[in-house]
Design a protein around this ligand. Structure first.
Ligand code: SME
Length: 175
């Protein structure tokens, strides 16, 4: 009988590297339209954030904690927790601290495949193993806060998630 490799190996690799990311990208694209449809005509920022957190957290198996940390106008240099779905989150994070603080200070998406390897990572729930944090900008380009997603799986997020989340957040909060 012929050994299953090397016939199956390219298929397995293609599944991991091409098919799964493509399915996720398609899901983000569909979600972008669904979020826009649900939020049509709703100007309230809290309602918009709560809706984004709820819709995204239910769309992906890998999402364990999903939500916002917002720039606090009353305490410059601090983020304060906003609408989220998941277990109890830390209330405040200083700019520059943890993954959220880094993404806010540097205004760039941060992907952390293993939170234990990230210096200063803040463990609100020790079950979180990997994380992605995307800055959220308002229409004038000012930083509103960050969107944080944690997973109990290692390396749950990659560029596909970054692109999908950046698009949804830009379309929802930057226009
Ligand atoms: N892990 C984050 C803190 C927020 S929570 O995990 C909900 C961080 O290091 O910024």
């Amino acid at each position: 009988m012929r050994h299953p490799w090397p016939l199956e190996r390219p298929l397995a690799e293609a599944f991991q590297t091409t098919i799964l990311p493509a399915a996720r990208a398609a899901r983000y694209a569909a979600l972008a339209e669904e979020v826009a449809a649900v939020l049509e005509g709703e100007p309230n920022l809290t309602a918009r954030m709560a809706t984004v957190a709820a819709m995204l957290s239910h769309a992906f198996e890998a999402y364990f904690w999903t939500g916002f940390y917002l720039v606090d106008p009353e305490r410059p240099g601090e983020l304060v927790v906003g609408p989220y779905q998941g277990t109890l989150g830390c209330l405040r994070i200083a700019f520059g601290r943890g993954v959220c603080g880094a993404a806010a200070a540097e205004r760039r998406t941060v992907i952390v495949p293993d939170v234990e390897a990230f210096p200063g990572h803040i463990a609100c729930d020790t079950r979180s193993r990997s994380e992605i944090v995307v800055p959220v900008l308002g229409p004038e380009g000012a930083l509103i806060g960050v969107f944080d997603v944690d997973s109990t799986e290692l390396a749950a997020f990659d560029e596909t998630d970054a692109a999908g989340l950046e698009r949804i957040l830009a379309e929802t909060f930057s226009r």
